[in-house]
Structures are given as structure tokens and as C-alpha cells.
Design a protein around this ligand. Sequence first.
Ligand SMILES: NC(=O)c1ccc[n+]([C@@H]2O[C@H](COP(=O)([O-])OP(=O)(O)OC[C@H]3O[C@@H](n4cnc5c(N)ncnc54)[C@H](OP(=O)(O)O)[C@@H]3O)[C@@H](O)[C@H]2O)c1
Length: 364
Amino acid sequence: MNVGLLGFGTVGSHFYLLAQQQPGVKVKAVLSRRPRPEVSCLVTADVARILSDPDIDTVVEAMGGLHPAYEYITAAMEAGKHVITANKQVVCTYYNELLALAEKTGVALRCTAAVGGGIPWLTSLRRAARMDKMVSVEGIVNGTTNFMLSAMVRRGASFADALHEAQLLGYAEADPSADVEGYDARRKLVLSANLAFGVSLMEEDIPCVGITNIQPRDVAVVRDKGLTFKLMAYACREARGISAYVAPVLVQQHTTEANVEDTGNILTLVGEHIGRQSFLGAGAGGWPTASNVLADCLAVAAGERGYYTRDCTPCFVKNELLDGQWFYRFKGEYYFRQCTAEAAFSTYAVHLMEDPEALMAKVR
Ligand SMILES: NC(=O)c1ccc[n+]([C@@H]2O[C@H](COP(=O)([O-])OP(=O)(O)OC[C@H]3O[C@@H](n4cnc5c(N)ncnc54)[C@H](OP(=O)(O)O)[C@@H]3O)[C@@H](O)[C@H]2O)c1
């Protein structure tokens, strides 16, 4: 397999090093806007040199962002090259377009590293969904917010201090909104739910609340009740479609989820016959993430294609049947409420109009 590698940051550079030790996977060219003296193959800032090279059969996209990643991925597929990406944003946003193009051109499109970093979650989910009917998928899927919540719970850090620390350590970006507002987790939920349930969900359809309104006093209040905050993504099959949300969740302190610390991730599937299976590990980082990219390369070299199918049903998210207990802080007062997820998010939207610092969390 001859690879054209687009992007030489955290994931790209680690993939390059891993591929050097892997017989059968050769990086032939690297797209980079700056010189890379450590790279022994062609380094170019001109993507056309990679896309028009007939010897390159596979493109690994490790640039991130929507554009020009989407244009480069589609051009690579049009040129008959397999595409492997770690970019959840581009796959989630252009899900239907990319699947249709992969089918039309007959190339592989894989994105295992896009959810769970180094955890082989999507491939395991695919395997499970082929043999069993999936009931639900859920997890702690954003390492940055999990690191921040760990700092807030363990050391009593404020949201601002926890964010500052995450930025200093390189876990959070200068603009942290995709992480702290829950959008990154929501994209990973879309990719997981689409695969689990054979649907095509719209990102914007899924109600999403991040961790920005969690304050030290909230952490102390729930600790006294034996609970701890985690940002979780959840989707399940319901009679009338798919229920899904991203929100802070209060988990019992003794549970596995409560003890997933720092940048760790945990992803859980529930199948009708196989029951509950959880996958725990490094949700980010150069080596783990690049390992999943390399695993995709090896799968493609072995003749496998993508694991998503195009005959998925476009599906609206319906949360009106998903009943549960929710926790709120509104104008300084805490209260619990038993209601559907739809009602829970509507209530919170109303609260926010009067109290922009209001809090909501699901009780597990
Ligand atoms: N880091 C992780 O742990 C992790 C985990 C799972 C998934 N991912 C996903 O992997 C992808 C890459 O993440 P990363 O952490 O490796 O990002 P990163 O460290 O910021 O690296 C991105 C690289 O792409 C290059 N790049 C961006 N736009 C480019 C363009 N138009 N032309 C040429 N090069 C361009 C950047 O070049 P410059 O250096 O010139 O800016 C940089 O070298 C993202 O989609 C991310 O969501 C990352």
C-alpha cells in the first residue's frame, strides 16, 4: 500500500513513524505547508502532486477541519484512492455525500480513529451490529472535558482553571467550544449511532448541553449525594425512531464511568442478545490515534472497505419516549425532575432565558 499523508501534526506525524515499522505500508508523500526535514519521502504543499500520483493508492487525511479536508477527500476518492481519516467533523457533516461517493467509486472509506482515538470502537460496534440488534450506545467520548471534570472533581478546580490547565497541557484548543459545548461528543455520537442503528442522523437534531455551567458548588452538592459529573453521549432505539442526547450525567461514584479519569474514554454498546459491552482506553493522543489509522490501512490492504452502508435510513431524533430523572440548578436552587428527555431539554432552554448560568444533568 502506497500512502499519501495529508497533514503532519499530532496524528499525521505519529502515523508516519508507525508506518515506517509496518511492512506493506509505505508513506510515499506528505502534504505539509512547512518543511519537514525529518521526513524521508516527498514533502509537498501541493495536494495535486499527491492526488495525481498513480502510485499512491491510499490517502490518509490527518489535517482536521471541514475545508479543505472535504475537497481533498472527495478528490482522492474520485481519483480512485482509498481514504482513511481521523476527522469526525468532516465524516459527520458530509456523511451521506461521502458514503455515496465511496459506493460510486468503489473505494474504501474508513474513520476508526474518529471516535475513541485509540479504541477500536467503531470496528467493534460494526461487528456487534452485524450479528445482533443494537439497543443503545453511550459513552464518555471527549477526553478534554473528561480531563477538566476530573480536575474539578478531584481538586476542586473551577471551570476556568480546569480549562486553562487543559490548554497548557495541549488537551484543549485555543477555541475550546467544540469540546466544552459538547459538539465534539455529539459528532462521535452521530457516527456511533449511524453505525449501530443503520440510520443517518443530523448532528443539529440531537440536543446537546456541555459542561460550561458546572460550578465548584455543584460538584460539592452532588458529591454529598454519592454522585459525580461526566459528560456523556447517549443514543438508543425507540419504538418511533432514535432517541439521543449529549449532556452532563450524574453517575454513582463507584461505577466504571465515574472512575474513567483524565483524558480516558469509555464506550458502551448494548445488544439485544450480547448484552452490555464496554471499551475503555485512550480516547486521544498521537500514538493511540495513529494506531487506529494504521489498523484501517491494514484492513484496507486486506481487502476490507468501509463499515458504514449507504442504505441507511435518514432519521429524526425523537426524545419524547425516553423517560428518566434530571437534575437542575435554577436561580441558585437545586431540584430533581422525572420526565422525558424532550421535556428535560425544553425546561432547560426556558431556564436559560432567565438564568444563563442554570445547570442541567441527567441522573443515571
Ligand atoms: N490528536 C488526537 O488525539 C486526535 C484523536 C482523534 C482524532 N483526531 C483527529 O485527527 C485529525 C488531526 O488532528 P491532530 O491532533 O493531528 O491535529 P494537528 O496536530 O493540529 O495537525 C493538523 C496538521 O494538519 C496540517 N494542515 C491543516 N490544514 C492543512 C492544509 N490546508 N494543508 C496542509 N496541511 C494542513 C497542519 O499543518 P500546520 O502545522 O502547517 O498548521 C498540521 O500539521 C483531526 O480531525 C482530529 O479531530 C485527533
